[in-house]
Every structure is written in C-alpha cells, then in structure tokens.
Design a protein around this ligand. Structure first.
Ligand code: FCB
Length: 471
C-alpha cells in the first residue's frame, strides 16, 4: 500500500556531537567522558575515538548543503556541553557557542528547522570527576548550561530536547559500564536516573523561562518494546519489571510527577531512593510539548529463578554487569531474525505497538520519531555507489509502521532518520555504519547511499512508495 503524509509532517535526519564532530581539542573544548572512555584500552572496539569522527566541525557548511540537497525539513543535532562550558560549569567558551550559532544560521538559510538536543552523552569530564549524574550537582549544572544555550540560540531555535536516551546514560554508563564513564554500580545508576529526570526538569524550566509559549520542549527516550515469552504470570511480571526500569522510570516522573511504586519496590534492595528531595518531582514534571521516541527493535523476556545462569541477548549485554537493575530474575531471549549488523532484530510491528501504546497511555501527547535506522555492512560497488537495499527496506517498513500507528490515532509529528552520516557508534567505534550517507574515513568524502536518494524522494513527495526498492 502506498501512503501519504501531511505536508506539516517533519522529515529529518539526526546526529550527535561526539559521533560526528571530531576537533576535540579545538577552540577551547574541554574533555568529555567519551574522550576519556574511548582513550581507555579495551573500552571501544579497536581503540577508536571521536577525535576526528566525520570531521563535521570543519565540514559543517558542506554538510548542511548536503542536507539541503536531501530536502530535509529538519535536522536534529546535539550540542557538545564541553565546547560551550569546558569545565562543565563557570566560564562560557564563546568559540564553541559560535560554532552552533553558525550551524543554526546555515540551517535556517537552507530552510531546515534546527532541533537541538542539549545532551547526547558527552558530559564534561570535570563533572564526572565531581560525581557525574549520580550526583545532584550535575543536574544543577545542567540547568545552568541549558539557560546559557537557550539564551544564545533561542532567538532562532524553537525546538529543544533536553536529554537523549537517559536510560543509556544511567544504566549503560553507571551499571553495565559499556558506555562512558564505565562505572558498574547499580545504586549509582538509580541515583543517575533521578538526577537525569531532575536535570531534564531544570533545563525545561530554562526553556520555558526564555521562550514561553514559543518553545517546544521535548525529551527523547529509547523506550523498550518488551514482550513476554509466554502468558504465564511470571513472564508477564518479567515484562512489568523491565518496563518499570527501562520505560516508566522516565515516563512517569516526567509526565505524571512521581516514581512508579513497583519500580521503588523492585529496586528497594539497591537503594531507598533517599536522593529524591521534596519538590524534585514537581520540577521533573515540567510538561512536554512533544515526546521524542527512538526505536530500533524489540525484545522478549522470561522469568528465571534468581541466580540461574541467564542468556542476556538484549543487545546491550556485552558486559559481566547487567544494566537491568532490580530485575535479577529476568532473562532476555535471543530474537529471531532478520537482524541488522548490530545484531538487533528487525521488527517494524514494535514501532506501531510502541506509538499506539504511548498514545493510549498519554492521550493528546504529540510524538516525534527522533531516531530510527539500521547499520549494515555497506560496500562501495565497482560503480562507486553504495547499494543498500536492506536499509531502504528497513526504513520503508518502519515509516509504514509509523503510518499505521497514526491511522490508529497516534499523534506523530515527524520522523528523523538515524543517521545522516556514518559515525562513531560508541563502544563499536567506526565498525557500525548507520548513515544514509557514507563517510570514507580516509578522505572524509561523503557518498550518497541508495537510501539517501530514496529518502530524498520520500521527503520531497511525502509519499511512501508501495514496495521497498529491494534488489
Ligand atoms: C541510540 C543513540 C545514537 C545511536 C543509535 C544507533 O541509542 O542515541 O547515538 O548510537 O542508538
């Protein structure tokens, strides 16, 4: 079935500062936790770092020109906090702010709407040294930083996302340790959850104070679509536990103003949540104008007796330490294929299920897909092109799945493909290519993949062709 999207639907592409910019020592930028982590042997595949990445810091005008050729309505990017406040607090580095100011001007001149993420994981190292997200001060510093960036760019930018995927910051950063800063302390991870929620609220207040009704406040979550292995009550309870720690630990404080009782109970042996102070939840519950949703795949779980050896095929389990705090009796089962080169199963029905579920739980809440895409083992063909029919099919089927959710009543306002460019894929380094545009890391040449041309046609017409262009 071919389908059309309204003209107002925003089509865009997403990136993140540490993954594309490079230039980590330039114009006064301070170190981030990802500089430190990637320089630590054994943390990132083959010792890759973001030192050069896609060299976007130097190639920004040409990259924006490419976005214009793609016809994008919007571009979602993140600000590197350590470029703007090299120590994470105190003095502002003008040159860092100027870079983003120029980027915004280039985008507006190209009629591309900027969507800014304030924090996509590159925490200034001095803040980690002072305790990181488990410490309350980090949330307070984040609120101050938010006021600085909204003050500098809010005259031209309406759409502000506070955090990208706080689940990853908290649990991959502080529990499993597969992301920076690489700590493995479950209680610290839960404290990070709360201070990320608080930081979101403080940053949201800064957006509201500066922009009032003009501002569009958002938070981007990687909500987990978790299904039970059977309808046995224990397996349904396994889903409940994962939903609590992965999804409701952020959704409920931010959209309802409290922590779920079952989350507090499940994690009671790890922490008493004494770090939650009076008034914090009212701050976290600042209200969203749009919820950002990142979606890639689905997961299946079952109950196992605590202490039983578990297969943890959750795509994040390459660590002896589990990110699943409070869920010691849950096993993640291997998912049937097909898979992307991340090992993530391809399941567009999860996209529809997620969006319809959200719109039922939070009627009237506008949603935006802030990331969706796939890594495959792309090759440059003899003709110099990159033919990536599997990515085209993935994107087709997931955009279709968004449309199905809209048919069922979900209020989805836009779709940002992950990613504009191949980039530094965190612990996987440069081995995983998510771009619709290939980056040749030797020359920094940009090569359009077939998916880029396919996406340009979708953006131009708003019409999703019936069949994916598979070869
Ligand atoms: C998400 C991240 C993004 C990218 C994709 C593949 O978790 O937000 O930076 O790494 O996954």
């Amino acid at each position: 079935m071919s389908r059309s999207f309204d003209r107002g639907f925003l089509w865009g592409a997403a990136t993140a500062s540490y993954q594309i910019e490079g230039a980590v020592d330039e114009d006064g930028r301070g170190p981030s936790i990802w500089d430190t982590f990637s320089a630590t042997p054994g943390k990132v595949a083959d010792g890759h770092t973001g030192a050069v990445a896609a060299d976007h810091y130097h190639r920004m005008p040409a990259d924006v020109a490419m976005m214009r050729e793609l016809g994008l309505d919007a571009y979602r990017f993140s600000l590197a906090w350590p470029r703007i406040q090299p120590a994470g607090s105190g003095p502002v580095e003008r040159r860092g702010l100027d870079f983003y100011s120029r980027l915004v001007d280039e985008l507006l001149a190209a009629e591309i709407e900027p969507i800014i993420t304030m924090y996509h994981w590159d925490l200034p190292q001095p803040l980690e040294d002072a305790g990181g997200w488990p410490a309350r001060e980090t949330a307070e510093r984040f609120g101050e930083y938010a006021a600085i960036v909204v003050d500098a760019l809010g005259d031209r930018v309406r759409r502000w996302t506070t955090l990208n995927e706080p689940w990853c910051s908290a649990f991959l950063g502080y529990a499993s340790g597969v992301h920076a800063p690489g700590r493995t302390d479950p209680a610290a991870a839960l404290s990070a959850v709360h201070h990320l929620n608080l930081g979101h609220g403080l940053a949201g207040q800064a957006v509201r104070a500066a922009l009032g009704e003009q501002g569009m406040l958002s938070l981007t979550l990687n909500l987990h679509v978790v299904r039970p292995d059977s309808d046995r009550p224990e397996d349904l309870d396994a889903v409940r536990r994962i939903d609590a720690v992965a999804n409701r630990s952020f959704l409920v404080p931010v959209l309802e103003g409290h922590y779920p009782e079952d989350l507090l109970a499940d994690t009671a042996r790890v922490t008493d949540w004494g770090f939650v102070q009076d008034g914090d939840l009212a701050v976290a519950h600042t209200g969203l104008d749009v919820l950002g949703v990142n979606y890639y795949s689905t997961q299946r779980v079952r109950h196992v007796a605590p202490g039983t050896p578990r297969s943890m095929a959750d795509g994040h389990a390459a660590s002896a330490h589990s990110p699943w705090v409070g869920a010691d009796d849950v096993e993640f089962l291997p998912m049937p294929g097909p898979h992307t080169s991340m090992g993530w199963n391809i399941d567009p029905t999860g996209m529809t299920e997620l969006l319809t579920g959200l719109s039922q739980r939070y009627p009237g809440l506008p949603l935006m897909i802030t990331e969706n895409g796939a890594a495959f083992e792309d090759e440059v063909s003899a003709d110099g092109a990159v033919h990536d029919p599997r990515r085209v099919a993935y994107l087709h089927d997931h955009v279709e799945a968004v449309g199905l959710a809209m048919d069922a009543g979900a209020d989805v306002r836009g779709y940002m493909v992950w990613s504009l460019l191949d980039n530094f894929e965190w612990a996987y380094g440069y081995h995983k290519r998510f771009g619709i545009v290939r980056v040749d890391y030797d020359t920094q040449a940009r090569i359009w993949k077939d998916s880029a041309s396919w996406y340009r046609d979708l953006v131009r017409t708003g019409r999703l062709p019936a069949a994916p262009a598979q070869t």
